[in-house]
Design a protein around this ligand. Structure first.
Ligand code: C2E
Ligand code: CA
Ligand code: CA
Ligand code: CA
Length: 277
């Protein structure tokens, strides 16, 4: 009995050591990736259903790993968070994205970018200063930048969340609520928060053409947003049926594979230029 216990303790300990070793390896690779800027931005178009014009692109990060190839956010963002590197990475992405806006403008392409913020970053004092500095350095106007924060992040500390959103709004930067419907929102605060738009999570859009309750949820979210004077965008739109249904429900904007997948820079620029204006 004692022997068996000892054996299982040893294998548990070995497991822990392997886990620690794995994290340490990732940590040094991530630190190197950050210092060498191995991150690549992809851009997914957002289409206004009111004007039928492109209204922006969402920035989605990929890691061009020297050995492992192109890694998706799901493969490294959780590690970043575990290692306490989310804020640093957010700033690297922010800098890259604002540099993109400048580079695109120099080529005659004027379109806002929506940038995702990791949960712990929102409400941080330093972020505002960082943003101000970057906008100045790259001569980018604040109206070109939108920050996406998840519902839970924004609502965690609602007082702080809405103050922070207010300060960003005063700077001219828009904030939108991401993955709406997946977390816990207080409707009262949603009304109070100076947010630009609400993004309906893909999980509700996915089955809305076949599932009546999902359709009702989406319909209600759209009504709610409009009742609060906010714009609303549906993400994960993959079919023309979904698009038409959303249009008939007066959804303001859509994003998803049906319009375009997240595109590397050259393709995003080509997509923008080819789109009717
Ligand atoms: P998200 O913010 O909800 O982004 C939407 C995700 O859905 C993206 O996955 C996008 O590629 C995918 N998507 C877009 N349209 C469709 C569609 O029609 N069908 C399907 N099946 N999927 C669609 P991705 O790029 O793998 O990003 C996953 C998550 O990682 C994002 O979810 C976001 O939470 C996070 N993330 C991505 N880029 C960044 C970043 O630069 N910074 C931070 N902090 N988080 C990021
Ligand atoms: Ca997002
Ligand atoms: Ca989202
Ligand atoms: Ca989502």
């Amino acid at each position: 009995q004692a022997k068996r216990l000892q054996a299982s303790w040893l294998s548990y300990q070995t497991g822990m050591e392997e886990e620690t070793a794995r994290l340490l390896a990732w940590e040094s690779e991530l630190l190197q990736a950050i210092s060498e800027n191995q991150f690549v931005l992809y851009y997914q178009p957002q289409l206004s259903l009111r004007t039928n014009l492109l209204e922006g692109f969402e920035v989605l990060v990929r890691w061009q790993h020297p050995q492992r190839g192109l890694l998706m956010p799901g493969e490294f963002l959780p590690l970043c968070e575990q290692l306490g590197l989310s804020q640093v990475l957010d700033l690297v992405i922010l800098r890259n994205a604002i540099a993109s806006i400048q580079r695109w403008q120099q080529q005659g392409v004027h379109i806002p970018l929506a940038i995702n913020m990791s949960p712990i970053h929102f409400e941080q004092e330093g972020l505002k200063q960082e943003l101000k500095g970057l906008l100045q350095q790259y001569a980018v106007s604040p109206e070109m930048v939108e920050l996406e924060v998840t519902e839970n992040t924004a609502m965690q500390d609602m007082e702080k969340g809405s103050n922070f959103a207010l300060e960003l709004q005063q700077m001219g930067i828009k904030v939108s609520i991401d993955d709406f419907g997946t977390g816990y929102s207080s409707l009262a605060y949603l009304r109070k928060m100076p947010i630009e738009k609400i993004k309906i999570d893909r999980s509700f859009v996915m089955d809305m053409t076949s599932n009546d309750s999902d359709m009702m949820i989406v319909k209600t979210m759209i009504k709610l947003a409009h009742g609060l004077g906010k714009r609303i965008l549906a993400e994960g739109v993959e079919t023309v049926e979904q698009l038409n249904l959303l249009r008939s429900l007066s959804c303001d904007a859509v994003q998803g594979y049906y319009i375009a997948k997240p595109l590397p820079e050259t393709e995003a620029l080509a997509f923008f230029r080819a789109y009717p204006r």
